[in-house]
Write a protein that binds this ligand. Structure first.
Ligand code: ADP
Ligand code: ZN
Length: 348
């Protein structure tokens, strides 16, 4: 049995949403799930991988396990869950618990927000990406016809358990995926977190709970601080798109995992920032080195012209300009509308 002194303190972070608040429980154990579940009928959504690994933690509640992967983020999968909830006689007073990565949390949040006009929900986030990103901000939704997150709502989970022990069973590329968003948060708002990452970039792959909890906690604070000022993405929230404008085009063109594409996108934004006189060459080099040491790509392994053509169709484009998040040194960013023509000539 673990001695009490071996136990790490758990941190509760309150995230204020427009309609409701959310509690992010960093360092909490999945084993303490019952402390957070309301006294209601609970219905659990997960995927088959997670069910095998952790299902015993919620075996007293009815559970539906979806196929793992992005294919489960569809209206068809949502319909399957609605039918299951009806069969189970779930009503307006029921509560949905999503246990999983971004896919499960996005789908569970969407279904909970729409079933019978909305029931309560909470998450146990099982991937690093979900802990540092998907758990905060209240965005949920499904894809349609290859377009990501085109249907969804803004609605906060009542709680999110971020258990570092669950990250231990994740495949390595999934951890790198999450690390790209961690680096993004450091670049946006936390120079000292960036420096800690630089000191020993591969330390994270030892998966020590102290470091994991620190990175998740800092990410949640940074993201929730920004979302709190702008829940519906009109101004401040755009900062969180650092690396994502070019990154989404890279993701689509080269079918890279999200975090890998964001890493390439952050380097592109860094290069644009140097080009526009906002960032020094030395800081750009630091970014590239850190990403490389983390095992993330810094260059697209494909034709930049194809990526540019996808960027031109970006839904966030406004006329002949596109909003880009650029670096002002490390730990600060600025949003600028850049003419597409400038990006085109920059690439060539
Ligand atoms: P994200 O969008 O957060 O990257 P996904 O929901 O797409 O995550 O999950 C990625 C993959 O990792 C899926 O195959 C899922 O079943 C698996 N997975 C999620 N959490 C864990 C975990 N803690 N341990 C092992 N595999 C996991
Ligand atoms: Zn992202």
């Amino acid at each position: 049995m673990a001695k009490p002194k071996d136990k790490l303190p758990m941190e509760k972070i309150l995230v204020r949403g427009q309609h409701s608040n959310s509690q992010i429980l960093v360092g909490e154990s999945l084993g303490n799930l019952d402390r957070y579940l309301p006294d209601k009928n609970i219905f659990v959504l997960t995927d088959t991988n997670i069910l095998k690994l952790y299902g015993s933690a919620w075996d007293k509640h009815p559970c539906l396990a979806l196929e793992p992967g992005e294919e489960s983020k569809t209206l068809a999968a949502a319909a399957r869950v609605y039918h299951w909830l009806m069969e189970q006689k779930a009503d307006r007073s029921s509560f949905i618990l999503g246990v999983g990565g971004g896919v499960v949390c996005d789908l569970a949040g969407f279904v909970a927000s729409t079933y019978m006009r909305g029931v309560g929900f909470g998450f146990a986030a099982t991937t690093l990406l979900a802990q540092v990103d998907a758990s905060v901000g209240g965005k949920n939704g499904v894809n349609l016809d290859g377009y990501k997150n085109i249907i969804g709502t803004f609605n906060q989970p009542q709680f999110v358990i971020c258990d570092p022990a669950m990250v231990k069973t994740l495949p390595g590329d999934e951890i790198r995926n999450g690390m790209a968003e961690v680096v993004k948060h450091a670049l946006i708002a936390d120079k000292s977190m960036f420096e800690i990452l630089e000191q020993d970039p591969t330390a994270i792959y030892k998966l020590e709970p102290e470091l994991l909890n620190y990175l998740v906690s800092r990410s949640v604070h940074i993201k929730s601080g920004i979302v709190g000022k702008d829940e519906r993405e009109t101004g401040e929230r755009r900062k969180l798109n650092l690396g994502h404008t070019w990154g989404h085009a890279v993701e689509k063109a080269l079918r890279l995992p999200h975090g890998y594409a964001v890493a390439v996108g952050m380097v592109f934004a860094g290069e644009m920032s140097v080009h526009r006189g906002l960032l020094g060459d030395a800081d750009l080099l630091r970014l590239k080195l850190l990403l490389e040491k983390l095992g993330l790509p810094v260059r697209p392994s494909g034709n930049t012209q194809t990526i540019y053509e996808i960027l031109e169709k970006d839904k966030k484009r406004e006329g002949s300009h596109i909003h880009f998040v650029l670096n002002k040194g490390i730990g600060d960013v600025v949003v600028q509308a850049i003419p597409l023509a400038e990006i085109k000539s920059f690439i060539s």
